[in-house]
Ligand binder design. Structure first.
Ligand code: NAP
Length: 526
């Protein structure tokens, strides 16, 4: 039997008491490690995190906690090779795809370390200016309301998805730790190894105070039951599991604050006015092919629907298909391979099912099955070539629902023609709320107008015009400076967005007082 990964609960590394769930190499099929959370005393472990970790973090200023994040960055940087090796073995990703997770995590942490520096040596944050409630004889304010943001006195529980075991931990932990809130992370079972290793490295190096960071690898059973009123939970995963989290008594009865990042049928839109020889057209085709194949399409932000003027449907199909045809698929250990594996057999089966579901309302424009696997056994490897679907019929895009409702979590997208701009916006909106839409064109006025029209239905609008071709950060790349999350079907959550991320980990309180007391609140006596 392979090694069983320990959990970190109550400041101690503890093995589960069960046999454990094996994690596999999705290309070679070999068993790697096991995870098991059976028998953990979650209530005691959570109390330790709140009391020890929370108190130690809150005793520091924002600047001091920013220093902790900077130390985590240094430590993770020094172990990058180990993390790349785990990602290769457990996620089956090529190096550039592993970088999105590992270096993306390090970059996000560094960004919050810098942001924390700028918050200075305070113990809390002011929210806005004082508002006058009563005036004195000369109309001076004598009684005012000042809102303050203070770190919540609970812990932050992260329940994460399998596709970002590195970034998924640190994009949440950076703002939580900076806010002074201890973290318990429960990674998705399939890829828990990388998360566990990062936590182990950071904790063993003594970079964080005891109790500031804990990890539970294995089943989620009992985690939500152990939450208390001032805890917060941040969930990333499928809409189905999100519904269970939302309806748990911790949320419905104990008012545990919850943030949900769920699935999303994101779009790319080429505005009217471009032709097949334009740079905007070319930028769209490249971005769609890149988004479909990066991490084998296992990104919550990946482009799933592609909207082009109806006169460009065929040209767009050819341009995207030509790029996809060049993608070599297979064993990421082979230098010639550009796209590795899906995470496991269950995901492979789910992508096949999703494709069959979509094909009932669409035609195949590029068939992933035409990609012979490089250096990988198709009977064992969870690899699949990229497939572009398309539908010109109203039954597929106007009255049909599958293409707008189905997130196939793999290298799959569907091309859809539109008649005019209003029709395009109407079709994009049928995703019922998404994480991101990218808009391609060269008329700045038309791009800005489209951004505002699409904004109510998206967490992020990514505009690509020829002048930013070499500078834009990518449709699917989540930048810590920008909001991540989306309304409606995407879960309604908000993460990142620079300092905005800290709000989730703070309580906002109105302090009503006389001017003298409020002045001391803003500038406490040394
Ligand atoms: P999932 O099956 O919903 O699992 C997500 C997490 O929930 C895992 O850690 C899972 O643990 C845990 N979980 C399972 N049952 C639970 C329960 N009853 N109570 C509490 N937690 C429970 O999702 P996934 O397959 O890992 O991830 C793929 C999905 O995530 C896709 O739909 C994708 O769009 C979405 N996603 C969204 C974002 C975003 O930021 N919006 C980012 C990445 C992924 P186990 O693994 O142990 O079952």
């Amino acid at each position: 039997m392979t090694e069983k990964l320990d959990n970190l609960m109550g400041g101690r590394w503890v093995a589960g008491t069960g046999a454990g769930t094996p994690l596999f190499d999705p290309v070679l099929g070999t068993e790697l490690v096991r995870v098991d959370a059976t028998g953990l005393d979650l209530r005691a472990g959570f109390a330790y995190a709140r009391e020890q970790g929370g108190a130690a973090l809150r005793a520091m200023s924002y600047r001091e906690r920013a220093g902790l994040l900077a130390a985590v960055v240094k430590l993770l940087q020094s172990r990058r090779d180990d993390y790349y090796a785990i990602a290769l073995a457990n996620s089956g990703t090529v190096k550039t795809d592993s970088a999105v997770d590992i270096d993306g995590a390090i970059y996000t942490l560094s960004t919050y370390a810098k942001l924390g520096e700028s918050l200075g040596d305070r113990a809390f944050l002011l929210d806005g200016e004082p508002a006058r409630l009563a005036s004195g004889p000369t109309r001076e304010p004598v009684f005012q309301s000042q809102h303050v943001l203070v770190p919540t006195r609970g812990l932050a529980l992260f329940i994460n998805a399998f596709n970002f075991p590195g970034w998924g931990l640190w994009e949440k932990a950076a703002p939580a730790l900076l806010s002074g809130v201890p973290v318990v992370v429960k990674p998705a079972t399939a890829t828990a190894w990388l998360t566990q290793r990062m936590v182990r490295d950071v904790v063993e190096a003594g970079v964080l105070p005891p109790g500031a960071l804990s990890v539970v690898c294995g089943s989620a059973v009992g985690l939500l039951d152990a939450l208390e009123p001032f805890d917060v939970v941040s969930f990333t995963g499928s809409a189905q599991t999100a519904a269970l989290v939302r309806s748990h008594p911790a949320v419905t009865q104990r008012s545990v604050r919850v943030n949900i990042e769920a699935d999303s049928v994101n779009s790319a839109l080429l505005l009217p006015g471009a032709d097949a020889t334009s740079e905007a057209f070319d930028l769209l085709a490249s971005e769609v092919a890149r988004e479909m194949t990066q991490k084998s399409g296992q990104k919550c932000t990946a482009i799933r629907r592609v909207f082009v003027p109806e006169s460009l449907y065929e040209a767009a199909a050819q341009a995207i298909a030509a790029r996809l045809a060049r993608v070599t698929v297979g064993n990421p250990r082979n230098e010639a391979v550009r796209m590795g594996a899906l995470v496991n057999r269950a995901q492979l089966a789910s992508v096949h099912d999703g494709l069959a579901h979509l094909r009932a309302q669409a035609e195949v424009l590029h068939d992933g099955a035409t990609h012979a696997l490089v250096d990988a056994d198709p009977q064992v490897a969870c690899c699949i070539g990229p497939t572009l679907l398309g539908t010109r019929s109203a039954a597929g895009s106007d009255t049909g629902d599958r293409v707008h409702d189905t997130e196939v979590f793999g290298p799959v997208a569907t091309l859809l023609p539109y008649r005019d701009r209003d029709h395009a916006v109407q079709l994009v909106r049928r995703g019922h709320g998404s994480l991101v839409v990218s808009v391609f064109g060269s008329d700045a006025g038309a791009l800005a107008l489209a951004a505002l029209e699409l904004a109510p239905f998206h967490g992020r609008v990514h505009i690509v015009s020829p002048d930013v071709a070499a500078h834009h950060t990518g449709h699917g790349n989540v930048m810590p400076q920008s909001l991540h999350g989306g309304p409606g079907r995407a879960g309604g959550g908000e993460e990142l967005g620079g300092a905005r991320a800290l709000n989730f980990y703070h309580r906002r309180t109105a302090v009503q007082a006389g001017t003298a007391a409020l002045a001391l609140l803003a500038h406490p006596a040394p």
